[in-house]
Design a protein around this ligand. Structure first.
Ligand SMILES: [Zn+2]
Ligand SMILES: [Zn+2]
Length: 141
């Protein structure tokens, strides 16, 4: 199916084709910053399937892995839109809050649980990783 996305103010929108390669919840410190204290929940799509309209502001930084991560957000309302890693330019990681409902996407994996606060509601039924997990399998397209 196709997905659409929009920020809180509507200045940034997106259409996304195909299904995500993975849906993950991330509790790393950077994500706690952009998600106002909680985790981010992210759907990883093939870059070629993601079409963004509107102006994104970005912030890039070097992660512990040594890869450069670029976070994109709406410069008007601050909604987190997506992230991208220099190690995996073929994927874009869309924030689930940016995607328009209804959709059936939900986290399958929880990562960076070492950084989660003690009160974090981490679903014990989901596979979890204390830090960065292995990269998802490459997609055919
Ligand atoms: Zn906005
Ligand atoms: Zn994170």
């Amino acid at each position: 199916m196709a997905y659409t996305g929009s920020c809180a103010c509507g200045a940034v929108t997106a259409t996304i084709a195909g299904e995500p390669i993975a849906v993950r919840q991330c509790w790393c410190r950077q994500c706690q910053h952009i998600a106002a204290g909680s985790a981010t929940t992210n759907a990883m799509f093939a870059t070629d399937n993601v079409e963004i309209s509107g102006t994104l502001n970005t912030r890039s930084y070097v992660a512990e892995s040594g890869n450069t991560l670029t976070q994109s957000f709406c410069g008007l309302c601050g909604t987190a839109v997506m992230g991208q890693s220099s190690a995996r330019p073929q994927f874009r990681t869309l924030r689930l809050g940016f995607l328009d409902p209804p959709h059936n996407l939900a986290p399958e994996v929880v990562i960076w649980t070492d950084d989660a606060p003690a009160w974090a509601p981490i679903d014990p039924a989901l596979e979890s990783f204390p830090r960065q997990p292995p990269a998802p399998a490459p997609v055919e397209s």
